[in-house]
Design a protein around this ligand. Structure first.
Ligand SMILES: Nc1nc2c(c(=O)[nH]1)N[C@H]1C(S)=C(S)[C@@H](COP(=O)(O)O)O[C@H]1N2
Ligand SMILES: [Mo]
Length: 379
């Protein structure tokens, strides 16, 4: 979305701490409803307990109603001016390609939007528009190889079977399908076309029968309900990577430029404690959460319990790996006296990238990875 212009004297409508209290970890599934139709459902991040997010707890982000797809009539079309042998594949034919499995964290580019001080347009996601699944399907590169890609190929446009019209700014040009493109190099590197999620057939909300999984990129590139793949020699500039899902990039010698959101930013999130959680004094409390970074591995996670004055290393409790989150915890000896504490988590990746203290307004409602303080009460 093109960041909306902020009027100078507009009051700050956001509280400085996150306004959402999170339930205790009950061990049950259950999603927070952000929008009933189209379905926009949030994972209860406070319930984070394992690397893999169960399907029934996995966030859902849909722009249009879920299309009903009959596997008997469904076809995958592969064509475009940079394809030699256009194809129209049945689901059975897809299954004849070598099967591949990969574990990838999906994060919506609008995750954490609610924490931005000046309210931004869009779904008011808390911390739960993120999750990790093991995806099974076929490599996009195997399909592309069979279809024959010409040397002039530039973008691979993936289109979903869902369609609709958005009336709020930025408006769509009438009724359009959801679509997104990936540069040919990334498409050949590690993009999966998945038909299984955590060992089960892809659930309808997550893209049955086929979706893209683009490791290291924000969720909008992971097109669900795929109906068509077009390989083009031209740059693709569809709605969901120009009018929406874009941000202003500061440039050295030129005015800011509008860029599509692509790689996931480095980020740590605190699952527990939750905001305003009451914690006993003089006890050991396990502060825990997850950290991830697009194309890089997590190097370290640091925790502050004094509002950012001092930082302590958290322990990484799952192996840092490309494209999926790392779980971490920190054994916190709580103060002897009652009062309040401000907790913060900060991740750094192997490329040395870390998190800012403030959200840059050039990013509008996207790429929200600033450090979100969690205030707790010591009793
Ligand atoms: N066809 C289609 N694909 C889509 C979308 C959509 O609305 N339609 N939403 C995208 C966005 S913005 C995200 S964050 C992910 C969410 O995937 P999930 O619903 O499986 O969590 O799907 C992406 N793929
Ligand atoms: Mo998203």
């Amino acid at each position: 979305m093109i960041p909306r212009v902020q009027k100078k004297n507009e009051p700050d409508r956001r509280p400085s701490i996150h306004p959402e209290t999170q339930p205790e970890n009950t061990g049950t599934s259950g999603l927070i409803v952000r929008e009933q139709s189209p379905e926009n459902l949030e994972f209860t991040f406070a319930s984070l307990g394992s690397v893999i997010t169960p399907n029934e707890s996995f966030y859902v982000r849909s722009h249009f109603p879920t299309p009903e797809i009959d596997l008997n009539t469904w076809r995958l079309k592969i064509h475009g001016d940079a394809i030699r042998k256009p194809m129209n594949l049945t689901f059975e034919e897809l299954l004849s390609f070598p099967e591949a499995t990969t574990t990838v964290t999906l994060e919506c580019a609008g995750n954490s939007r609610v924490f931005i001080r000046r309210q931004q347009e869009g779904v008011q996601w808390g911390q739960g528009a993120v999750g990790t699944a093991t995806w099974t399907g076929i490599w996009l590169r195997d399909l592309l190889e069979r279809a024959g890609v010409k040397n002039n190929a530039r973008d691979v446009v993936i289109e979903g079977a869902d369609r609709g019209e958005l009336h709020k700014e930025p408006k769509t040009p009438g009724t359009i399908p959801f679509s997104h493109s990936i540069p040919i190099a990334k498409a050949r590197q590690n993009v999966l076309l998945a038909y299984k999620m955590n060992g089960e057939p892809l659930p309808p909300a997550h893209g049955f029968p086929l979706r893209a999984v683009v490791p290291g990129w924000f969720g909008m590139a992971c097109v669900k309900w795929i109906s068509r793949i077009a390989v083009t020699s031209q740059e693709y500039t569809g709605y969901f990577q120009t009018a929406d899902y874009s941000y202003w990039e500061e440039c050295d010698e030129l005015p800011p430029q509008l860029k599509p959101v692509t790689e996931i930013d480095v980020k740590a999130q605190i699952a527990r404690p939750a905001l305003h959680e009451v914690i006993p004094a003089n006890t050991t409390y396990l502060v825990r959460g997850a950290a991830w970074s697009g194309e890089s591995k997590i190097k370290r996670v640091e925790i502050s319990v004094d509002g950012g004055k001092s930082w302590h290393l958290a322990r990484l409790t799952s192996d840092p790996s490309h494209y999926l989150w790392t779980l971490w915890h920190y054994e916190w000896r709580t103060p002897a006296e009652p009062g309040s504490c401000v907790l913060m988590a900060r991740a750094t990746d192997e490329q040395g990238r870390t998190q800012p203290l403030e959200h840059s307004k050039n990013r509008g409602g996207y790429r929200v990875n600033f450090i979100v303080p969690v205030v707790v009460k010591i009793k």
